[in-house]
Design a binder for this molecule. Structure first.
Ligand code: GDP
Ligand code: MG
Length: 598
């Protein structure tokens, strides 16, 4: 296909504004997929993606579109992850295309991720076509939303396409706009040495690693011997093809085209997204500008509830890591929880997705310890450590100072809830950077410690705004603050899995809340149990759990044997989910609940 007949684009939108539905309609209207094979959310491949309505890996689909000008165009849509945890992946795949459809729900208007995603598209030099979706709904107000797009984002929305991705209204106009208003790929030379961008890679159980590639110069064919310029790896290409969205082999891919290659690469870790692919024999002289790899920012311990699951868990984690280069892990032993893994994630959603998959796909029940960010610990002797786990905190007397990661958070919220949002940010040590109003909505920009956001900030934000706020963040850098490690002692034994880093000024409050929660969560035992929070040797909060008789069958006066048996079984099942600390059983949910702040 000549480049003038190619259009490469992505769709950017806030979650639930209709990105997947629009992609489905585009695929359907162009007959890319036979009607009987059409299912909802075609591009969201993994079960977990479908269920949660999120995209984790970049997906691509090629659509042939006979335009009104009589020519047939090749449209390549790259679907990118929409969630803040994967912002980095989004910015990478955006570099593989020239334009974006900016989908905004006309009943809602511009939200935090609309902004974040559209700015990424603007940074990637995209031409942008605004699309107002859900105009079938009586509550939609396209005119107001157009004004909002112009005021807040600063792009012309006078020619926004008004559609209903649900009913199909306006979809032909979207296709025409793609052809007329988005630019074709520029400058590729089919006779030059091969230069292709590795957009993303994923693991397929049967085929091994599949790479999504965007050809810049030259031609890629089956049988070619290729070299990855950054990693240096060389491979024989077994297959090249395109997604329709089913994998379809083609003879070759030329400049401007997007497709896949399969070259018996063993693991995703052997590929670097953003790497330049060229021919081994006739390489291009200059690689494309690369990308920094995405690095994990949130760490937590994952331990099997049943210690005999440890080997299965190792197996599960290794398999998942094959397909996810941004997920890191190393073995960890905890005095209380036994053998497990310290794992690093791009964010909380990423953490939840991986944890869910281990539990569901591998049937292993897990205990998750408090998520922690990465601190920079500067020692008096001048050395510096990255601290991933509060349990590894060096002796306070040897530390000069500690730095923590900070974020820039953007929150959009209807005026009515603004007060609650500002209070929440203040409570979490936030510094206000900006506050502006646009048509009944406020946009608050805060500088916040990541540590205060990783645990339950988003849940709290949703609850104080009844779900009306939207939120997005980026990490801005590290700053020194008065940070200490708070330990929790149950029956005078430190429970390492409950240790956390906190700001000194908030330690008492957090300690008290934690002890009170634990008092409710830990079942009474035959003896009295002190529950304490401490910094160094100094106790800062304390509760006492009073003693109780534990024999649950005592009140079943002899008689009913089956009832007695049931009760004992129930108690046994309950026990499986507990962990013993010295002489005390702590139920699994305590590890999560105790850390939530209200
Ligand atoms: P995504 O998160 O941006 O991919 O959004 P989805 O495509 O999953 O859509 C979110 C919800 O909005 C789904 O329940 C869709 O059925 C619904 N939806 C999408 N487009 C329209 C539309 O044009 N009109 C109406 N009424 N609902 C829509
Ligand atoms: Mg979607």
């Amino acid at each position: 296909t000549p480049q003038s007949r190619i259009r490469n684009f992505s769709i950017v939108a806030h979650i639930d504004h209709g990105k997947s539905t629009l992609a489905d309609r585009l695929i359907q209207l162009t007959g890319t997929v036979a009607e009987r094979d059409m299912k909802e959310q075609m591009l969201d491949a993994m079960d977990i993606e479908r269920e949660r309505g999120i995209t984790i890996k970049a997906n691509t689909v090629r659509i042939d579109y006979p335009a009104k000008d009589g020519h047939t165009y090749v449209l390549n849509l790259i679907d990118t992850p929409g969630h803040v945890d994967f912002a980095y992946e989004v910015s990478r795949s955006m570099r593989a295309v020239e334009g974006s459809l900016l989908v905004v729900d006309a009943t809602q208007g511009v939200e935090a991720q609309t902004l974040a995603n559209v700015y990424t598209a603007i940074e990637a030099d995209h031409e942008i076509v605004p699309v107002l979706n859900k105009i079938d709904l009586p509550a939609s107000d396209p005119e107001r939303v157009k004004t909002q797009i112009e005021d807040v984002i600063g792009i012309d929305a006078s020619e926004a396409v008004e559609i209903s991705a649900k009913t199909g209204l306006g979809i032909p106009d979207v296709l025409e706009a793609i052809v007329k208003r988005l630019p074709p790929p520029h400058g590729g030379d089919p006779d030059a040495p091969l230069k292709a961008m590795l957009v993303d890679s994923k693991y397929d159980q049967y085929l091994g690693v599949i790479c999504i590639v965007r050809i810049v110069d030259g031609t890629l064919k089956k049988g070619d011997r290729i070299r990855m310029m950054k990693t240096g790896g060389t491979y024989d290409v077994d297959d090249v093809g395109i997604y329709r969205p089913a994998m379809t082999g083609v003879d070759s891919l030329g400049p401007g085209e997007i497709g896949y290659l399969n070259a018996s690469i063993k693991q995703v870790r052997d590929t670097r997204v953003g790497d330049t692919i060229t021919h081994e024999r006739k390489p291009c002289d200059k690689a494309l500008p690369g990308f920094k790899p995405s690095i994990p920012v949130v760490f937590c311990g994952l331990f099997p509830v049943d210690t005999s699951d440890f080997e299965d868990m190792r197996d599960a984690i290794e398999k998942l890591a094959l397909n996810d280069a941004s997920f890191s892990f190393e073995m960890e032993t905890s005095a209380a929880l036994g053998f497990g893994f310290r794992c690093g994630f791009l964010g909380l959603l990423h953490l939840e997705v991986i944890r869910d998959r281990i539990e569901r796909e591998y049937n292993i029940e897990l205990i998750t310890t408090a998520p922690s960010v990465v601190y920079h610990v500067h020692m008096r002797d001048g050395s510096q450590h990255d601290l991933h786990n509060p349990a590894d905190m060096p002796d306070m007397s040897k530390i000069s100072h500690i730095e923590e990661p900070r974020i820039k958070a953007t929150i959009l919220v209807p005026d009515d809830y603004l007060g609650d949002v500002l209070k929440l940010c203040q409570d979490r040590r936030g510094l206000q950077m900006d506050l502006t109003y646009v048509g009944g909505r406020a946009m608050a920009v805060y500088d916040l410690p990541l540590n205060e956001v990783v645990f339950d900030f988003y849940d709290r934000l949703k609850s104080v705004t009844k779900g009306y706020a939207s939120f997005d963040y980026e990490i801005t850098g590290y700053r020194e603050d008065n940070l200490v490690k708070m330990q929790v002692l149950v029956n005078d034994e430190p429970v390492d899995a409950l240790s956390m880093m906190v700001h000194r000024d908030r330690a008492e409050m957090r300690g008290r809340a934690m002890c009170a929660k634990l008092k409710d969560l830990i079942p009474r035992q035959m003896f009295k149990i002190p529950i304490q929070a401490a910094i160094g040797g100094k106790v800062i909060a304390r509760e006492t759990l009073s003693a109780m008789r534990k024999d649950v069958t005592a009140k079943c006066y002899g008689g009913d044997a089956t009832r007695k048996k049931k009760l004992l079984e129930k108690q046994k099942a309950g026990k499986k989910k507990m962990r013993q600390f010295g002489k005390v059983d702590i139920p699994q949910e305590a590890f999560i609940s105790a850390l939530k702040m209200d």
